[in-house]
Design a protein around this ligand. Structure first.
Ligand code: IPE
Ligand code: IPE
Ligand code: MG
Length: 221
């Protein structure tokens, strides 16, 4: 079974997970960070080369200040906690999105971790203050004409292959502004499982489903 080279995940359902347990939303986000940790290792073990996760959208700034600041703190602690593990395991860390929206402190932490992990062979891409439309607009402002490849090279995802498989948890059937350009020929896998509950079994199901797809890319078989 050949694994997708690039898996992208819309990690959705943290809030509902917490609500169902009578917990504050932030506890759901914490459990979501643990799920990310697990899935990163499943991907590496399965031979996936790139894992992109949607952690915070350009629209998520509309949430309460309490939730936004809690999420930002969680991201910063993820960076601190994971540094050793990422460096030790050859995992490259990369952020896509409008990073100037983030605090200067967080921007510096991100840049430092990107630099330290630059040699990694497996890449974890975190979409932060990310919106596909925003990314395309920023690229378009720099574009002076040329090919699709030339345009791709101006996106935040420059150098990263398009996602082969996009997974969305929690039963929502939409992209919510994720990787709009890059998703052109991606395969989709939707599950009702909430992100904090996403484990090995669900991951294997997603890969098994992907393995059965016939990808024609507009050609004929
Ligand atoms: C996804 O979980 C994480 C972020 C958007 C930051 P949600 O917070 O959207 O969880 P639900 O959709 O409310 O359950
Ligand atoms: C998408 O989830 C963004 C992330 C997972 C970070 P949302 O929960 O924000 O999306 P909608 O509002 O349901 O479309
Ligand atoms: Mg949601």
């Amino acid at each position: 079974m050949s694994a997708p080279r690039h898996v992208a995940v819309i990690m959705d359902g943290n809030g509902r997970w917490a609500k169902a347990k009578g917990l504050p939303r932030l506890m759901g986000h914490r459990a979501g960070a643990d799920a990310l940790d697990r899935v990163m290792h499943y991907c590496r073990d399965a031979g996936v080369e790139f894992l992109t996760v949607y952690a915070f959208s350009t629209e998520n700034w509309k949430r309460s200040t309490e939730e936004v600041s809690g999420l930002m703190k969680l991201l910063s602690s993820f960076i601190h906690k994971k540094e050793k593990e990422l460096v030790g395991n050859g995992i490259r860390f990369r952020v896509i999105g409008r990073r100037t929206d983030l605090s200067e402190k967080l921007q510096k932490e991100i840049a430092a971790l990107e630099k330290k992990t630059a040699g990694g062979s497996f890449t974890l891409v975190v979409a932060l203050s990310y919106g596909g439309r925003d990314e395309i607009l920023r690229a378009a402002a720099k574009f002076q004409g040329g090919t699709e490849e030339d345009f791709s090279a101006l996106l935040d995802t420059a150098g990263i292959p398009d996602p082969d498989l996009i997974v969305r948890t929690s039963g929502e059937l939409r992209l919510s502004n994720f990787l709009l350009w890059q998703a052109a020929y991606a395969e989709f896998y939707f599950t009702d499982v909430l992100w904090p509950d996403f484990g090995r079994e669900e991951f294997d199901k997603a890969l098994a489903s992907f393995a059965k797809r016939e990808r024609r890319m507009g050609g004929r078989k």
